[in-house]
Design a protein around this ligand. Structure first.
Ligand SMILES: NC(=O)c1ccc[n+]([C@@H]2O[C@H](COP(=O)([O-])OP(=O)(O)OC[C@H]3O[C@@H](n4cnc5c(N)ncnc54)[C@H](O)[C@@H]3O)[C@@H](O)[C@H]2O)c1
Ligand SMILES: CC(C)=CCC/C(C)=C/C=C/C(C)=C/C=C/C(C)=C/C=C/C=C(C)/C=C/C=C(C)/C=C/C=C(\C)CCC=C(C)C
Length: 524
């Protein structure tokens, strides 16, 4: 998505899909990108995002509730009793496999984990309690741009303890804390998985700031599914923007970000669409990945040194192999209350490999209107690399989709007996599908650190080295996740508003502060 703030300060946006210069181009017509949904034969399938944080009704970290409210919108949600049900391999201590449900109530989750690892009860409590220190601090602050010194100092004055607590974790990663309290290797692997399912990297590479949000919001605001499907969120946002005088342009593939030399600086002044239309504006915001923004739309020949440094610090996470299934509701009947989200690992050593970890989301268990009567949705995905799907003939590509999906369904059937027999609809996506419909370079899930990051300080914020060009979305702090990209949107909007004079700022302090942030990041 691109947003352009024009001379009037009015925001206009475009939601389109894959850039048209790829040969297998499809124009994406619906809002929301990964958080959109689409309909087939009576089913409403989520494109990607399905586990929703940030929908609580209290505190300041409920960013999804807040961004809808900012546009006069509200969505009805269904509370999930658990965040996720883990189905993990057998071990000496757990000969029948390790099963853990992350209950909505914090105490119930901790009690369950302590029951599985009684000798680590103190460590478990100490580790997860430390995450609450971060969350409770975040949850008192007004969340805006971390690149705005006036706001930051204001928050320090209003909430000094919270800000100092956060500052003390700014460079910390999860393993720094978990290894302090926990020794059991199986439990440490479990903590790695707790990180991997949302950051796609182990505890060692996951910033503690992000873990504080994820490991606590799931109990504080809880995981809540939006009624009507995840795509209702962007639909309502687009509606709210339009009602407030903004203009959303669909089917608008940005081919180039237009720049001009102004003195020593390069300034972004507009965008050119594939069909030749040009929109000019004071500020350009790109929600495409950094690779797409700088490689295709700015051009490799103009790559700023800070982007080169980003590419050394971060690499592309894998994409996903995805199945959208319709199944007979009888598969789940008589089995008590079945959880919506599941993670299945059959072999710990393959946790981070392609097809190693299976993710399952069955949202029609929470909102039956998403599937035809008597049917349910099984949305299942697993990390996969685009290279596994390149260079195949159409027949080989289709055959491989059949083969991988059949193996995938067998593994699901082992956890949900009868599922294989109950499949009545199947649609399969590969990393090429992700690249095609979301226009994400190699279909990537987002950036992951290529070396140990300096906690939250390694990730770029919203400004870029090109004046007037901002990035939002998962290529900016705090990275992957719907609530995370909403935070990046809030921060970006605040920074742009300061730069075009709609919000107060202290320009004299801004420049040195930005230099300081750039220095820390470029040397991390
Ligand atoms: N919660 C879950 O279960 C789950 C699952 C999958 C993904 N997700 C999250 O969703 C996040 C992605 O959010 P995001 O907003 O950063 O990215 P996104 O890919 O969802 O959105 C980018 C938008 O930019 C548009 N776009 C790209 N190139 C364009 C161009 N040239 N011209 C015009 N429009 C263009 C795309 O069509 C898309 O709408 C991921 O990080 C991931 O965490 C969550
Ligand atoms: C130095 C400086 C600058 C400063 C100082 C201090 C301070 C003040 C600080 C502050 C800070 C802040 C504010 C921060 C913030 C942060 C945040 C908001 C964060 C957030 C985060 C979030 C996240 C990460 C999320 C995520 C999620 C996700 C990713 C999810 C996903 C999911 C999945 C994929 C899964 C699915 C599953 C199944 C289906 C089973």
């Amino acid at each position: 998505m691109f947003a352009i703030t024009g001379p009037s300060g009015i925001t206009s946006g475009s939601q389109a899909g894959r850039a048209p210069w790829h040969k297998d181009q499809t124009v994406y017509l619906i809002p929301g990108g990964s958080a959109g949904h689409y309909r087939r034969e009576g089913y409403t399938f989520d494109v990607g995002s399905s586990m929703m944080f940030g929908f609580g009704d209290k505190g300041t970290t409920n960013l999804l509730t807040r961004c809808l409210a900012a546009l006069g919108k509200k969505i009805e949600t269904v509370p999930d009793q658990t965040q996720v049900f883990y189905h993990l391999p057998a071990s000496e201590a757990h000969p029948n496999g390790l099963n853990v449900q992350v209950w909505r109530k914090y105490e119930d989750f901790v009690a369950e984990l302590c029951d599985r690892f009684p000798h680590e009860s103190n460590g478990i409590k100490a580790f997860y309690d430390e995450n609450w220190r971060i969350f409770n601090s975040l949850n008192t602050l007004e969340l805006k741009s971390l690149e705005e010194i006036r706001y930051l100092l204001g928050e320090f004055v209003k909430h000094p303890i919270a800000c100092l607590t956060l500052a003390s974790y700014a460079t910390t990663n999860v393993a720094d804390i978990s290894r302090k309290y926990i020794k059991d290797p199986e439990l440490l692997r479990f903590i790695d998985l707790e990180c991997f399912i949302w950051s796609t990297v182990s505890a060692e590479l996951t910033p503690m700031m992000n873990a504080g949000m994820v490991f606590c919001d799931r109990h504080y605001g809880g995981i809540n599914y939006p009624k009507g499907g995840v795509g209702r969120i962007p639909e309502l946002l687009a509606e709210g923007l339009t009602e407030r005088g903004s203009h959303v342009v669909y089917k608008a593939n940005v081919k180039r970000i237009l720049t001009e030399k102004q003195g020593n600086e390069t300034k972004a002044v507009g965008v050119e669409l594939a069909d030749g239309r040009v929109y000019r504006g004071k500020s350009i915001v790109s929600n495409a990945t950094r690779w797409d923004t700088f490689e295709s739309m700015i051009g490799e020949d103009q790559l700023p040194p800070s982007e080169q440094a980003f590419r050394e610090r971060y690499k592309k996470a894998p994409s996903f192999f995805t199945m959208h299934l319709g199944v007979e509701a009888s598969v789940f009947e008589g089995k008590g209350e079945v959880d919506c989200h599941h993670v299945i690992v059959n072999d710990w050593s393959k946790l981070e490999d392609a097809y190693g970890t299976l993710f399952v989301s069955m949202p029609s268990l929470l909102d039956p209107s998403l599937a035809p009567p008597g049917k349910h949705i099984v949305h299942a995905f697993t990390p996969d690399w685009i290279d596994n799907w390149q260079g195949l003939s159409v027949q080989d590509y289709e055959a491989k989709k059949e083969e991988v999906s059949a193996q995938f369904i067998d593994r699901l059937d082992a956890v949900f007996p009868g599922l294989k027999q109950g499949v009545v609809f199947k649609e399969v996506g590969t990393p090429r599908t992700h690249r095609r419909f979301l226009n994400r370079n190699a279909g990537t899930y987002g950036p992951i650190p290529s070396r140990r990051p300096l906690g939250m300080l390694s990730m770029p914020l919203n400004r870029t080295a090109v004046q007037g060009l901002y990035c939002a979305g998962d290529s900016t702090f705090p990275g992957q996740g719907v609530n995370a990209v909403v935070f990046s949107g809030f921060g970006c909007a605040h920074r742009v508003a300061c730069d075009i004079g709609l919000e107060p700022t202290w320009p004299a302090l801004d420049k040195p502060f930005h230099k300081f942030l750039d220095y820390v990041r470029d040397n991390s």
